[in-house]
Design a binder for this molecule. Structure first.
Ligand code: COA
Length: 161
């Protein structure tokens, strides 16, 4: 079975992530969304919350599985016998970092191939940080995140919506 692993911190999941997940789910037999710890970040949502939010946002996609993992992505891939990583590319500015990650993962595990999917144009500006910034100031999240996640995100920042 051709499986793609889509890793990220998803703090929180956005419509941009969902765009990549749903398009990958049409290209691969199964998509494993791996919620990983990024040591450089201090998440607003726990690992369990991020997994739950992704499950709610992808429940209509039958070949998508959500898991969490700590450690090196290359080790996770080896442990499960997976070889394809999917990443979204929003702009040229993403490329340098993503290229470095792809080469690092391949150096750690030479079976890994990284496949880049270009972001849909309407989500090019989007990031998890942008979502948190808008929520902090009680802005409208309806175009930025899956609708079922709006109350949870607003509540985290002390706003009822
Ligand atoms: N739409 C919207 N936003 C997107 C997006 C898309 N298609 N693609 C990326 N983003 C956003 C993310 O939400 C994130 O936003 P933020 O910085 O505001 O949180 C930002 O773009 C960067 O995304 P990404 O580069 O995927 O970083 P990440 O923190 O989500 O995930 C890991 C990085 C977890 C995949 C990476 O750190 C990792 O693999 N860690 C495990 C340890 C390891 O193996 N390291 C590599 C060897 S050193």
């Amino acid at each position: 079975m051709q499986v793609a692993v889509y890793p990220g911190s998803f703090d929180p999941c956005t419509n941009g992530h969902l765009d990549i997940i749903s398009r990958a789910s049409r290209l691969f037999e199964k998509v494993v969304v791996a919620v990983l710890i990024n040591d450089k970040k201090h998440p607003a949502f726990t690992l369990e919350e991020r997994v739950e939010m992704l499950k709610a946002a992808t429940c209509h996609l039958s070949n998508v599985e959500i898991i969490s993992f700590s450690g090196l992505l290359a080790d996770f891939m080896r442990q499960h016998g997976y070889s394809v990583i999917v990443k979204g590319l929003r702009a040229v500015s993403d490329f340098e970092y993503e290229f470095q990650m792809a080469l690092t993962n391949q150096a750690l595990n030479d079976k890994i191939e990284t496949v880049f999917i270009p972001s849909s144009s309407e989500f090019m500006f989007l990031s998890s940080s942008i979502v948190k910034e808008v929520a902090k100031y009680n802005g409208d999240l309806s175009a930025l995140v899956p609708k079922e996640l709006v109350p949870k995100i607003m509540n985290r920042f002390g706003k009822e919506k």
